[in-house]
Write a protein that binds this ligand. Structure first.
Ligand SMILES: Cc1cc2nc3c(=O)[nH]c(=O)nc-3n(C[C@H](O)[C@H](O)[C@H](O)COP(=O)(O)OP(=O)(O)OC[C@H]3O[C@@H](n4cnc5c(N)ncnc54)[C@H](O)[C@@H]3O)c2cc1C
Length: 301
């Protein structure tokens, strides 16, 4: 990144810009190289500034908690914009209005406090509302698109747009908002009045189940592969005998075969090599090519 871009970032963000930060501090995998610049936008004008910067040739990537990302060991020579400072949540009748940087865990606390049901399925997802919308996050039967009512975003032409849910295409772990062309600012989600105890009980049960089934004691990015139609990726990996298989510090979890865990000192290359190894093994056994659910950022060879 050249000095004039650095100066523009300092002028625009002041103390909310960090240069040469480690990707380990911005991803739940805790791997990856240096990020040329990390900024923490807090208002619309700063998002507009970042889109202008991108138009002039600087790569910009918005991220939430980095819980679905694998950033290259070579790092990212652009601007990583972390949304954590754009994060309020409020209630209007049975609609929850939330900003992109709000954490799902905070949203769950909000639902308990206001006795709101219908969103419990999101509990335990360690990301933000923005990341959940972009990825159409969820569990087997339900995704966030099932409860979205309205989304406000900026598109690459620099226009702020308010769209109703049907105006956006959604699929399994995919939304049209994925990719660098969009910044998701906020949304309205439908909720339903329930008893506080009922909501609390449901969320606790889901969190308990996740703790039992997922290796939450290790850094990871959750499920690495999408489930191919009619199959469970984890089951295919387990049946291919890969539980516990490791490359460097990256290992296929013994607890949940679709999780790759960082056992302590994994590099992103270890994870990437393990991903490719799993793909090769599963493909040769079942003739199914597993597609990554996690997103790669930067250079991988
Ligand atoms: C232990 C564990 C369990 C998990 N369980 C689940 C699960 O059950 N279901 C599930 O779906 N996922 C799960 N995940 C994956 C992950 O948490 C989700 O995909 C989550 O929604 C990502 O949110 P994030 O804020 O971390 O997004 P990030 O990983 O930071 O980013 C994901 C994508 O969203 C984009 N993005 C983020 N915010 C914005 C914004 N405001 N505007 C534009 N683009 C944006 C990024 O550019 C990137 O493309 C799990 C992960 C872990 C580590």
């Amino acid at each position: 990144m050249n000095d004039s871009v650095k100066k523009m970032l300092v002028d625009a963000f002041g103390k909310r810009v960090v240069f040469d930060a480690s990707a380990k501090d911005f991803t739940t995998f805790k791997t990856g190289g240096l990020l040329s610049a990390v900024v923490f936008p807090s208002k619309k004008e700063e998002i507009e500034f970042l889109f202008e910067l991108e138009k002039k040739g600087t790569d910009v990537k918005f991220i939430g908690c980095g819980s679905n990302l694998l950033i290259s060991d070579c790092g990212f020579d652009g601007v990583i914009a972390v949304t954590e400072k754009i994060s309020g949540i409020s209630l209007s009748e049975n609609f929850i209005s939330g900003y992109c940087g709000a954490k799902i865990s905070f949203l769950m606390g909000f639902c308990i406090k206001h006795s709101l049901g219908g969103l419990e399925f999101l509990s335990g997802i360690p990301g933000t509302l923005g990341g959940a919308l972009v990825n159409n996050a969820g569990i087997k039967e339900t995704s966030i698109s099932d409860i979205v009512y309205i989304i406000q975003y900026m598109d690459k032409s620099g226009h702020w747009t308010v769209a109703n849910k049907p105006e956006i295409s959604w699929d399994y772990r995919y939304s049209q908002l994925k990719g660098k062309a969009f910044f998701v600012l906020s949304c309205f989600l439908r909720a339903e009045k329930k008893s506080k105890e009922e909501v609390k009980k449901k969320i606790s049960a889901i969190l308990k189940q996740r703790k039992e089934k997922q290796p939450l004691e290790y850094p990871s990015a959750g499920s690495v592969f999408k489930n191919p139609p009619g199959f469970f990726a984890g089951k295919l990996i387990e049946e291919a005998g890969l539980k516990g298989f490791r490359i460097g510090g990256a290992m296929v979890s013994e607890k949940h075969a679709n999780f790759i865990i960082n056992t302590g000192n994994a590099s992103s290359s270890d994870v990437w090599n393990l991903i490719r190894y799993i793909q090769k093994k599963v493909n040769s056994r079942y003739n199914i090519l597993l597609k990554p659910e996690i997103e790669l950022i930067g250079r991988f060879t």
